[in-house]
Design a protein around this ligand. Structure first.
Ligand SMILES: NC(=O)C1=CN([C@@H]2O[C@H](COP(=O)(O)OP(=O)(O)OC[C@H]3O[C@@H](n4cnc5c(N)ncnc54)[C@H](O)[C@@H]3O)[C@@H](O)[C@H]2O)C=CC1
Ligand SMILES: O=C(O)[C@H]1O[C@H](OP(=O)(O)OP(=O)(O)OC[C@H]2O[C@@H](n3ccc(=O)[nH]c3=O)[C@H](O)[C@@H]2O)[C@H](O)[C@@H](O)[C@@H]1O
Length: 479
């Protein structure tokens, strides 16, 4: 059997590498229109940082895993074609700011129809609006020259930073297909691929629309938990409760569970916001404004949390950060990834720059070039293939990036911790304090420092959702 995956990104690359390592009898080709991305997959410096990925790729690359820009050849030869291309939020026209832009999906589908010479199973791996399979089916069958295509929905649930362990040991694999004999056969064929390593009871099969909607629903529920705990964090600060204690107590209820209840400066990542906006749009299109409004609130609270954080920083520092050096520790949207798509750090940095701060940024996995791109890019432009993203000629002058947390914090007035990298927990804060301007502030957007210890050293500390430092008590949290 031959598998081809269109789109060698955060999903396509790791997912196919794991299929290749677990299924030595299957030949897997990952193809992409981006020449540098494929070159990187074929080099020692993979295009994405993901713990454990290097080892998996090294073991099967050149054996039964291939990365190529020859998209048409590999699609033509494949029995199963996964499509894992970008599905960004539309920035123009109908549904702008909400609906999914299916440009890349449609062009992939048309290309599949053009080059195919044998029947194929086409698998939606990208996250798409519910009912997309119907549109894809139409594109394929109207251009098929008699070739038969079966469309399956097989959404991906991996999280970045833990992608390899998530793929090795998934909570579930979801496969949706048409409820016809041909549809069932296609579902069975894909099920057999996963059955190489996933226990049968964890492979769920549903109809197409349930599979498509379950992916949007899962991301909406996960993001909703974070917005719920973040909303509580604001109330904790106002009342003297401690959000970590509240989360622990709430999560002990087995019906709620302990995971995904960490208050933060806000959730980021390429999907939560995009997928919820997409869900909101679908609800509106289906005449369900109340349901749309309900999910919109998850995004609103996330934006509120990021704003609230910036306002805390500015109001604590005598209501101005103009020309003050602020150290930003962490820029990626979470630890163990270099991904900065929709990271809360972008909004926080933009907020501080709006108040004329000077920023010194350190993230162990993010380059200066990436930070500059992110800070000068328009909303949602980041989610297009790299070579199609508009290049901004301007650099943000008040921003510099360094490769060391001590360098970033030297002479700074304040520190904002925006990613929970493990190395930040082990920093020598006494040394940092001695080299900072006084009073020295720490704003912990991830609740990773020991606030009491830092206060002992002399810092004024703000931790999300924790009882406030006396310094902060009478200052307005929201300007
Ligand atoms: N990043 C994540 O953790 C997850 C992402 N998803 C979904 O998976 C999809 C892909 O996401 P990522 O892998 O993060 O995106 P990505 O941007 O890392 O990768 C997408 C790749 O597709 C390529 N591409 C676009 N159009 C193409 C075409 N017509 N032919 C060949 N290649 C093409 C791009 O050059 C790019 O390399 C999205 O729909 C996303 O919502 C789902 C679960 C997890
Ligand atoms: O569709 C997707 O793209 C993926 O989106 C998320 O995965 P990911 O965005 O990679 O990472 P998460 O671990 O979910 O974190 C998302 C954001 O929420 C934040 N977060 C997470 C958990 C928490 O308790 N608090 C919190 O603020 C993280 O710091 C991060 O900014 C989902 O967890 C995956 O199941 C899904 O496949």
């Amino acid at each position: 059997m031959k598998i081809c995956c269109i789109g060698a990104g955060y999903v396509g690359g790791p997912t196919m590498a794991v299929i290749a390592i677990k299924c030595p009898d299957i030949e897997v080709a990952v193809v992409d229109i981006s020449v540098p991305r494929i070159a990187a997959w074929n080099s020692d410096q993979l295009p994405i940082y993901e713990p454990g990925l290097d080892g998996v790729v090294k073991e099967c690359r050149g054996r039964n895993l291939f990365f190529s820009t020859d998209v048409e050849k590999h699609v033509r030869e494949a029995d199963i074609v996964f499509v894992s291309v970008n599905t960004p939020t539309k920035t123009r026209g109908l549904g702008a700011g909400k609906a999914a832009d299916l440009t890349y999906w449609e062009s992939a589908a048309r290309m599949i129809a053009d080059v195919s010479k044998s029947d194929k199973i086409v698998v939606e791996k990208s996250t798409v609006p519910v009912k997309t399979a119907e549109a894809i089916e139409k594109i394929l069958t109207h251009n098929s020259k008699g070739i038969k295509f079966q469309i399956l929905s097989n959404p991906e649930f991996l999280a970045e930073g833990t992608a390899i362990q998530d793929l090795f040991n998934p909570d579930r694999v979801l496969i949706g297909g048409r409820e016809t004999p041909e549809g069932n056969k296609a579902v069975q064929a894909l099920k057999e691929v996963y059955a190489h390593w996933v226990p049968e009871e964890r492979i769920l099969t549903t109809n197409l629309w349930s599979a498509e909607l379950s992916k949007l629903a899962a991301n909406a529920f996960l993001a909703q938990r974070i917005s719920s705990v973040n909303a509580m964090s604001a109330l904790c600060e106002a009342t003297g409760a401690d959000v970590t204690q509240v989360s622990y107590a709430v999560g002990k209820d087995t019906r709620i569970g302990p995971k995904f209840l960490n208050a933060s400066v806000g959730f980021g990542g390429s999907c939560f916001q995009k997928d919820i906006l997409n869900l909101v749009y679908i609800c509106e299109c289906n005449g369900l404004p109340e349901v749309a409004e309900y999910w919109k609130q998850v995004i609103k609270i996330n934006d509120y949390q990021k704003n609230r954080f910036v306002n805390r920083v500015v109001s604590s520092m005598f209501n101005t950060v103009s020309n003050k050096k602020i150290a930003i520790l962490g820029f990626a949207f979470k630890k163990d990834t270099g991904d900065t798509r929709e990271t809360p750090a972008i909004d926080v940095c933009k907020g501080l720059l709006g108040d004329k701060a000077r920023l010194s940024i350190y993230d162990p996995q993010v380059t200066e070039d990436q930070v500059q791109r992110d800070l000068s890019m328009n909303k949602f432009d980041w989610d297009h293939p790299l070579h199609l993203q508009p290049m901004s000629p301007t650099t943000v002058k008040q921003v510099s990036c360094v490769w060391d947390a001590y360098e970033a914090t030297k002479d700074a007035h304040g520190i904002c911790i925006l990613t929970e990298w493990d190395e930040f927990k082990k920093l020598d804060f006494k040394r940092i304090y001695d080299n900072m301007q006084k009073p020295a502030f720490v704003f912990d957007g991830r609740n990773i420092v020991n606030a009491d210890e830092l206060r002992e050293i002399g810092f004024i500390v703000y931790s999300i959702g924790k009882p406030l430092d006396p310094w902060l008590k009478d200052l307005p949290a929201v300007a």
